[in-house]
Design a protein around this ligand. Structure first.
Ligand SMILES: [Zn+2]
Length: 181
């Protein structure tokens, strides 16, 4: 076998195991070089970033963030759902964040599905999901709506510094979206 001929045992485990096995393996390496940074749970920059879960968006690298700097809340689309408001409420009220940054991106998977997704699910499994799909076709407009949802939430303490962006997955650049006036 060519793999065993030139691969150490760890690489062999990577090819044989599941993807999760591979992640756990990487964690052992990470922990071996890790030292306790001695931080508490409050983000140093007092900012929460809400972003799409897209695999092409490396939030820490793209925004120059370091360990401990921010809260990151991610879901499909980077949509401001009730659960995102839950996280932001805890982030602000219990852990001291003040600013909110919202990030959608170009070429998002959310643009290729519609609310029909929910009905198809219902037809398939016999149960309608309680959640909305929150699909959108215009990222700029959805960022504006997300900003509005954050700004008008009665649960948040700080809604004066809420900014929204679209990240271009081909250039790595953020483009700011101005709120609806
Ligand atoms: Zn996306």
């Amino acid at each position: 076998m060519s793999t065993s001929a030139h691969s150490p045992a760890t690489d062999q485990a990577r090819t044989d195991g599941t993807v999760t096995d591979r992640l756990v393996e990487s964690n052992v390496q990470y922990a071996s070089e890790f030292s306790d940074p001695g931080m508490d749970a409050k983000p140093v920059l007092r900012v929460a970033v809400v972003a799409c879960m897209d695999a092409r968006l490396d939030l820490h690298k793209a925004l120059g963030l370091a360990l401990g700097d921010c809260h990151t809340v991610r879901n499909a689309g980077g949509v401001v759902t009730d659960d995102v408001i839950r996280s932001l409420s805890i982030s602000q009220r219990a852990l001291g964040t003040r600013s909110v940054v919202l990030i959608h991106h170009t070429n998002c998977g959310m643009e290729s599905i519609t609310e029909e997704f929910r009905r198809e699910l219902e037809m398939e499994v016999g149960q309608r999901p309680a959640w909305a799909v929150e699909a959108y076709t215009d990222a700029d407009q959805d960022v504006r709506q997300s900003m509005q949802r954050v700004r008008t939430s009665p649960f948040l303490l700080h809604t004066d510094d809420v900014r929204g962006f679209v990240f271009d997955v081909t250039t790595g650049l953020l483009r700011e979206i101005l709120p609806a006036s």
